[in-house]
Design a protein around this ligand. Structure first.
Ligand code: SAH
Ligand code: SF4
Ligand code: F3S
Length: 441
């Protein structure tokens, strides 16, 4: 049966992996009520934007979408536009005034209300559902998933840290965790459906805690890796101050937990880290890196770094460059500081690094990191690595793209392999972002 247009929906997702997982939850909730997910936005009766507020440019992207949808609403009678996720939670009802295209707003804790918001909007009016609910973990909802190889499993939500620059605690609320057994049940289902890679997600995943039953994150990770022995297990994101030796030993000990850690540092200067309220110095960070490398030799490390935070001097910036050279991360997400109204930094610190200086410093960070990543890629040539095949390569159907345990993309000759296969690949070449290779029988 063909779905009626009014009952079809399309979700555009912005932001982090958690937001992508949340779009799967929203989709499942709508489908439970009889709505049908459309393949593309064109022709869908309900368009949802699941949004990110972490930097100004993320907000600007959504603004462009809303302007375009405003025009579209004039042409398409009955089109419903909803905005979900971190921007409405943060900017609240003022969004209706700024963006007339919006019919309803829903925050990260109120996705369960979306089907009824749609119904109510149909009867007329604009609605917002933006209450925080520190109990909400969306337990029992199986998210709709795109791929058949890799799956995200949110295990905790929210953030109790107060990094001075960051809006996430304001958009996601307090930390709360899924019960241990509920996570294991989700993992069992994924195993039964043939998933080969499971990524446990949380804004602060190593703050995971099932208080009632006394399980922490290392215990959960260990149990998940045993429940899914043939799948690769990953997790993100970890705060450096919460990385424990017990977690690192769990990664080292369990063969199917990928030897990879994303450990956002934000700055190489202890003075800046203090202003950022990160809760550790750069020496403590480097001690953790040394501990991790001694327990997991060859571990792939990645990080996040911000250029031009309030009060950052040239020597602080130099300390960030020095840190990159010292640690030699596999990869990094690099940003210039974007002031977020309402955060501690916006309220109390001057955003005093000129935009041109922020951009120049960011470019220096990017250039250095690209150079380091390229060197590490060159060093990989000639080695044999385990790759999980994910998709057909974008360039040619005769090749597949997959990833190493350290999260490096590898393009290799397809031969008789299929997405979902785990195979050995000899690396024969490297471009700036991808390794190339041939399967080893
Ligand atoms: N919970 C995760 C990250 C959340 S946001 C963590 O703590 O690691 C992802 C990244 O965005 C952060 O690590 C930081 O590098 C960057 N970021 C956050 N707020 C920012 C801001 N105001 N300006 C620039 N980058 C920011
Ligand atoms: Fe933001 Fe810090 Fe929480 Fe990460 S740990 S989400 S950077 S406040
Ligand atoms: Fe963005 Fe919200 Fe994730 S602000 S980074 S979508 S938690």
């Amino acid at each position: 049966m063909l779905a009626e247009k009014g009952n079809t929906f399309f979700i555009h997702t912005f932001g982090c992996q958690m937001n992508h997982a949340d779009s799967g939850i929203i989709s499942a909730l709508l489908q439970e009520e009889g709505y049908v997910q459309a393949e593309q936005e064109r022709g869908a009766g309900i368009v949802l934007l699941n949004t990110c507020a972490v930097r100004e440019n993320a907000v600007e992207r959504v603004e462009h979408f809303l302007q375009r949808l405003q025009g579209q609403k004039k042409r398409e009678k009955g089109l419903i536009v909803g905005v979900a996720g971190c921007i409405p939670q943060y900017r609240r009802e003022e969004m209706f005034l700024r963006y007339p295209a919006i019919d309803f707003l829903a925050g990260p804790d109120t996705y369960r209300t979306i089907p009824s918001l749609v119904e109510q909007v149909r009867r007329g009016g604009k609605l917002a559902s933006l209450e925080f609910n520190p109990e909400e973990t969306y337990q029992g909802i199986e998210p709709a998933r795109d791929g058949v190889t890799s799956a995200f499993v949110p295990v905790m939500r929210g953030c109790n840290n107060r990094c001075a620059y960051c809006v996430v605690p304001f958009t996601r609320g307090r930390e709360r965790s899924q019960p241990f057994n509920a996570v294991l049940l989700d993992v069992q289902k994924l195993v039964a459906s043939g998933y080969r890679e499971i990524t446990l997600l949380g804004q602060n995943v190593n703050s995971y805690c099932d208080v009632e039953n006394g399980y922490d994150f290392p215990a959960l990770l260990d149990a998940v890796s045993r429940e899914a022995p043939l799948a690769r297990i990953r997790f993100t994101t970890s705060h450096p101050k919460d990385i424990s030796e017990s977690l690192v030993r769990t990664i080292a000990f369990r063969p199917n937990i990928c030897n990879a850690l994303h450990l956002p540092v934000q700055s190489g200067s202890s003075r800046v880290l203090d202003r950022m309220n990160r809760g550790h110095t750069i020496e403590e960070y480097l001690d953790k890196i040394a501990m991790i490398r001694s327990v997991i030799p060859g571990v792939a490390l990645s990080t996040d770094i911000i250029a031009g935070f309030c009060g950052e001097q040239e020597e602080d910036h130099q300390a960030s460059l020095d840190l990159l050279s010292r640690v030699r991360f596999d990869s990094a997400y690099m940003f210039f500081y974007s002031t977020r109204p309402g955060t501690f930094a916006a309220e109390t610190l001057a955003d005093d690094v000129q935009e041109s200086v922020k951009k120049r410093r960011l470019q220096e960070i990017i250039d250095l990191q690209n150079h380091i990543s390229a060197e590490l890629f060159q060093e990989a040539i000639g080695t044999v690595v385990e790759v999980l095949a994910e998709t057909e390569s974008r360039r040619s159907s005769a090749q597949l793209m997959g990833r190493t345990a350290g999260n490096r993309a590898v393009v290799f000759d397809r031969e008789l392999y299929q997405p979902g296969d785990l195979l050995q690949v000899r690396i024969t070449g490297a471009t700036s972002a991808t390794l190339t290779g041939k399967p080893v029988p």
